[in-house]
Write a protein that binds this ligand. Structure first.
Ligand code: HSE
Length: 399
């Protein structure tokens, strides 16, 4: 019998318990032994669940239980999830997590502690929900130098943008539905302002390039200023609007990482990734394009990835996954990043042409003007836009 504890009985934690119950026989077969939940940590009461007598409010009940080999951390938030994970690793227990906030902020340190203690810290569920992405990037693409990683990494935002595009839906109604379906974070600002995507791309960037990238070092823009008309105009120009987390190595050798709404050409595979689905396009110098796609949020899809890690711990796989515990040295200044952008602004055509050149093709949409900047550095585009209209919307073209 293999005994595990689950920290948190929210959307993901309850999903893990359900998967263990639903697929018990198959999981036991793959693990070579039955897996039993010994304890569940949560401050709330769950008298109706079949596991009611397993609940504790005291982490020490788990830490000091020598029979518990694996701790599944699905608490969300940095604290006390980080402290509990660290204490469990130091006590010789492996930790499996879906908590992107902890991995993005403290992953390098926890990975090192795991290595030093001969246990695992695994985090497949922290990016892309049920999509296998951490393991494939680490193992299957190991022979490649990664040129770029571009991901639709937030199910809530993709759900909202898809609903706005297809049903001309109101932003707030689409967000409320995503919350009802259990996709959104407890505080959905983390979804719609891009923070959640930023954490996930920081994890993928660290994994792809081998040193720790804190989310604060990545430019982060969300989707709250996008209107249905922006989406409609993008469609007319042959693009879908998607919130992307992206890291790409440029010709100057630097890696530019950002989270921002992008215009994705309709013939790019990411343009067809809709609703709560996430899609991650990885370009390696040997394999070229590989697309990973699936359900990026929700209880059972995320629990599926958590359980895969639990099984890996039991089979003693993948102890060395991760990156160096040093601040990334490969990141370029985002101001130097060269990109083409669609700008929507209240400024006049004359002002736009004075700033961006007389050849700029400017269209009028209702009260606003829209135009493409052509390829320029982010610094130049931002300076010119600031002078034109502080509230201008900037959508980068994915190239
Ligand atoms: N709120 C997140 C999303 C959950 O919508 O993708 C999965 O990390």
């Amino acid at each position: 019998m293999i005994q595990v504890a689950i920290l948190g009985h929210g959307v993901v934690g309850s999903g893990v318990a359900e998967v263990l119950r639903k697929n018990a026989a198959g999981i036991a077969h793959k693990a070579g032994d039955a897996i039993e939940i010994k304890r569940i940590l949560d401050l709330r009461e769950f008298p109706e669940t079949p596991y009611a007598d397993l609940f504790t409010k005291n982490f020490d009940d788990i830490l000091h239980d020598a029979d518990i080999r694996i701790v599944v951390e699905t608490m969300g938030g940095s604290h006390p999830a980080y402290e509990f994970s660290k204490r469990a690793l130091l006590a010789g227990k492996s930790v499996v997590t879906s908590n992107k906030e902890v991995v993005a902020n403290y992953g390098a340190e926890l990975l090192e502690i795991a290595r030093q203690n001969g246990v695992s810290y695994l985090f497949e569920a922290s990016v892309g929900g049920g999509i296998p992405i951490i393991r494939p990037m680490w193992q299957c693409l190991a022979a490649n130098r990664i040129r770029s990683v571009s991901g639709i990494l937030n199910g809530t935002c993709n759900y909202i943008l898809t609903k706005m595009a297809k049903e001309h839906a109101d932003f707030d109604a689409a967000l409320a539905e995503a919350q009802r379906l259990g996709y959104a974070e407890r505080n959905p600002a983390a979804d719609i302002e891009g923070t959640d995507t930023c954490r996930k791309i920081s994890i993928l960037t660290s994994l792809a390039y081998g040193e720790h990238v804190r989310p604060e070092r990545i430019l982060c823009e969300g989707i709250t200023n996008i209107t249905y008309d922006d989406i409609a105009y993008a469609e007319e120009c042959g693009y879908a609007v998607k919130l992307l987390g992206r890291a790409a190595r440029a010709e100057d050798g630097k890696v530019y990482a950002l989270t921002a709404p992008h215009l994705v050409p309709k013939d790019n595979a990411l343009a067809g990734v809709n609703d709560v689905y996430n899609g991650i396009l990885v370009v390696g110098n040997i394999v070229e394009d590989v697309l990973f796609c699936g359900r990026g949020a929700g209880s059972l899809p995320t629990a599926s990835a958590v359980m895969a890690d639990v099984l890996d711990v039991i089979r003693d796989c993948r102890k060395t996954i991760g990156w160096k515990n040093i601040e990334a040295t490969f990141l370029g200044d985002i101001g130097d990043h060269v990109t083409d952008c669609l700008i929507r602004t209240a400024a006049s055509e004359e002002a736009i042409k004075a700033a961006f050149g007389g050849q700029t093709a400017v269209q009028t949409r209702g009260e606003n003007r829209v135009f493409f900047t052509g390829k320029r550095s982010e610094r130049e585009i931002d300076e010119k836009c600031r002078a034109l209209d502080a509230a201008a919307l900037k959508l980068r073209v994915l190239a």
